[in-house]
Design a protein around this ligand. Sequence first.
Ligand code: NAD
Length: 355
Amino acid sequence: MFKIAVIPGDGIGTEVTSQAVRILKKSSQILNEKFEFVELKAGGIAIDSFGKPLPDETLSAALSCDIVLLGAVGGPKWDNLPYESKPEQALLGLRKSLELYANIRPAVMFDALVESSALKQDIVKGIDIVVVRELTGGIYFGKPATITKEDGIRRGVNTMTYTELEIERIAHTAFRLAKSRNKHVTSVDKANILHTSMLWREVVSGIAKVNYPDVRLDHMYVDNASMQLIRNPKQFDVILTENMFGDILSDEASMLTGSIGMLPSASIGTKHALYEPVHGSAPDIAGKGLANPVASILSAAMLLEYSLKQEELARKIFRAVEIVLNEGYRTADIVSKGTTTLTTEQMGQRIEAAI
Ligand code: NAD
């Protein structure tokens, strides 16, 4: 039996997560395996019920489940709270406590949606990239991180640090993933300037040579990578990079493919894993049945692939999404001329039927 913590959160988080759970229930029937869903509160809804964004009950239950499916947190109701009390603190708390060091974000262009991209069709058609971002090190976590005052002048300081071990484990994640795909890793750094990047490049090259001789490894400076993602995105298979560069490049890569409502993600640690759509709680469309549930449903497919090792079923879910799009069904965010608009729930039902 698999125990899955479900944290719908706020806004459209609840609407899209219920469609992902629908697909997981269907998956449990197909696999003839029992899934137990433990629904938990985090974000704004937890502030309203428990007075804090990540209640102890939620954290300990999530830790005991190993697998977490998250919706999204936040909304205008909680925007004016102090930084430490905001709903978004729940995400940071979960990532840190579950020690999720690898963030995996696929950016796949569905043929039916090439028109929704901001780029020319011949550039984006067929895009299939995964960004593997280091999530618990680098400048976001390095110490000192302060604002000091000397002689009346304020000074902001952040520190970028990486140990060999941190680089090694994320590199293994990227190379293993590449082995199951087109066997090509592009490691992105700034090794012409940053010492952390010089070490990064050395460690990644060593791991490639010793452990993954069948995977092609290229190195690219981050400024060039941001340009190449727009110029010729199809040259990439797996992009491996550190925390801050990955934060920026994964958003850039995801937007090549059209709507943010289509983009899933996985955050993996040694013991735990968390799956969530890339988008937020979208207060502007919450409660109206307008949200696209595909990002959340594909996050559930990633859960099946990475945590439960059900690659075939994950592929089937991806294919079901493709079929429904090819049949001309759309949610409001990806609607185009000649297509049929569905609500969030209807889209979930269609995908379930296509599986
Ligand atoms: P957002 O992703 O919620 O919305 C951005 C735009 O995309 C909106 O116009 C929204 O309607 C649209 N959109 C997003 N998801 C969609 C979907 N599934 N289907 C159709 N349209 C979709 O980002 P935002 O507006 O900057 O943030 C809203 C709230 O969400 C804020 O409180 C923010 O802090 C929070 N947030 C949470 C997460 C998370 O929980 N992981 C991530 C980002 C933002």
